[in-house]
Design a binder for this molecule. Sequence first.
Ligand code: FES
Length: 256
Amino acid sequence: MRQSLGKEQKTFTLVVKRLDPGTRTFVEKSFQVEADHFTCVLDILIAVKEKQDHTLSMRYSCNMGICGSCGMVINGKPRLACETNVYSLGSETIHVGPMEAHPLLKDLVTDFDEFFANHRSVKPWLVRDDTDEQFRAEKEYHQTHRQVDYFLDFAHCIKCGLCVDACPVSNTNPHFVGPQALAQAYRYNSDSRDQGEEERLDSLDRMDGVWGCEFAGACSEVCPKGVDPALTIQQLKIDIMKRRLTGRVNPDKRAR
Ligand code: FES
């Protein structure tokens, strides 16, 4: 049943929004494409590139929702092209365009330099006073299941940039650090092995940090991995206020 359903082919119209390098204006180019019930948007883009227009540019790698490379706007919403089933869109016309909160390089390919600079700015690694664990195996930092639960949901970020593209603040304020970086700050702050929480909270206690977030929630809505950046940002705000009032930060995370 599943196999025969998959073999049914239907024709869709793919409309690609592209920047004309000559006039520096966006133009739309349409292609007729065949798809079955298992075809994703990335499949039809690859088919167009191979058979109809070799100049079409998009970025992808894993084709399985892991690498985070294939983010683009599909029918008005930031999505992963490899995770978006063509039939699930409920339309015979599929509009694709580049993400708008990231600078455009070509066609559907955007520049992630700024995105990764923001990511690095929150020190998304374990900050330690001692580094013995790197050199002495017996110094491994063991964690209980409970301690892992504090951060695991937020560790699934694949850095696809969809949350930044959906965020109304990132789209209007280029200095805002953005939902992805803030979610990763919270992920490491919540890790019992980390000692960088105070430093991160200090650096994010500003209008271009956590206080820039207007809690639209669009970041969490588009996240393909369920990271829920909006929740983490509100939690960071609470942690900053707790620290201001009590001088303590997140003492529970080290509880076993
Ligand atoms: Fe890797 Fe889509 S190609 S996430």
